[in-house]
Design a protein around this ligand. Structure first.
Ligand code: SAH
Length: 311
């Protein structure tokens, strides 16, 4: 078979973490990929959909650390496209929402490399879905804004809160670290003690929802150990309609990990089922792990509660 190079780069959204929220198209392309360059927030289980021959490269940027710069990632993608036909650039959530996609697309266009964007489920959508709500609500929240709490070079810009003040819903990505600053900023514009929900690890086995108001949320957060976990802040009147008692299945805080052994398609199906029930799992393909999986598997062995499932 002749291989046409440079290859095509697929900029794919991996969703908020739960493999059941991966799109069919994303799954198909991951299975076909020659190389996958993935971000920090991509659930490693999703990488297990790839073939053992697929090269898997971690290009995760740790927030607030100079880990790997965007320019470096751009070059790695271009390099990959020169050597492989199916290049998957896998990002958490939707790649078009705070996913630095424009920079990557510009670089690919400059190098005349074909690319395609494959949308994913963004964490704000997953967060409200797990609260049995929407992001907008008739007569209550007519609009929604996706804002960021983190800015280039960690400069202290103000978060865009205009929509909240105008009666809409505000979803703040990357806002946990600067939450105090953002709350103060809102308080300078209004006396209203807006309700707020922060959803950590939306859609995953370790999801946690913390609710409060502008004046109480910081205290609420100190009561939990959530440092370092991805969390999305949802503010607005609509949050007062959140019925905490309606959460059951998605709030199973299980610390049990499953390792599934056996035939790959069956193992993946089992993993999806376990995720649906609120558990964390990995697949043991007769020790043919991707590098990323080996690392994760070793980490996992340190947990007490591991159950092996044979399919
Ligand atoms: N493209 C991503 C956002 C990337 S910015 C998306 O569409 O979701 C990274 C921020 O997204 C995190 O700081 C956090 O605010 C949010 N985030 C990503 N995954 C999340 C998850 N599973 N639960 C809660 N917030 C998440």
């Amino acid at each position: 078979m002749s291989v046409e190079l440079p290859g095509t780069v697929y900029l794919i959204g991996a969703g908020p973490g739960n493999p059941n929220l991966l799109t069919k198209k994303a799954e198909r392309l991951i299975k076909k990929a020659d190389v996958i360059l993935y971000d920090r927030l991509v659930n490693p289980l999703i990488l297990q959909y790839a073939s053992p021959e697929t090269k898997v490269i971690n290009v995760g940027k740790k927030p607030y650390f100079k880990h790997i710069q965007q320019e470096e990632i751009n070059l790695k993608i271009v390099e990959a496209a020169k050597h492989y036909q199916y290049v998957v650039r896998l990002k958490g959530g939707d790649p078009a929402i705070f996913g630095r996609i424009t920079e990557e697309v510009h670089t690919l266009a400059k190098h005349q490399i074909n690319y395609e964007i494959v949308p994913g489920i963004t964490s704000a959508s997953a967060a409200v879905a797990s609260m049995n709500m929407g992001l907008t609500m008739r007569s209550v929240a007519p609009s929604v804004t996706f804002s960021t709490g983190h800015f280039k070079d960690s400069i202290d810009h103000d978060t865009d809160i205009r929509n909240l003040i105008n009666g809409g819903t505000l979803a703040i990505y990357m806002g946990i670290k600067r939450l105090g600053h953002i709350l103060k900023q809102i308080e300078t514009y209004t006396d209203e003690d807006y309700p707020i929900a922060i959803v950590f690890n939306a859609s995953c086995f370790n999801q946690q929802i913390i609710t409060g108001t502008l004046s109480t949320i910081e205290h609420e957060l100190t009561l939990h150990h959530l440092d370092g976990r991805p969390g999305i802040c949802i503010l607005g009147h609509l949050i007062s309609y959140f019925d905490n008692t309606s959460i059951c299945k998605h709030e199973i805080l299980s610390h049990k990990y499953y390792v599934i052994k056996g035939d790959k398609p069956l193992a993946l199906a089992k993993a999806e089922e376990l995720y649906e029930d609120g558990y964390q799992c990995l697949i043991d393909f007769d020790h043919h792990y991707h590098v990323s999986q080996q690392h994760l598997y070793n980490e996992l062995l340190q947990y007490k509660e591991i159950e092996y499932v044979y399919v």
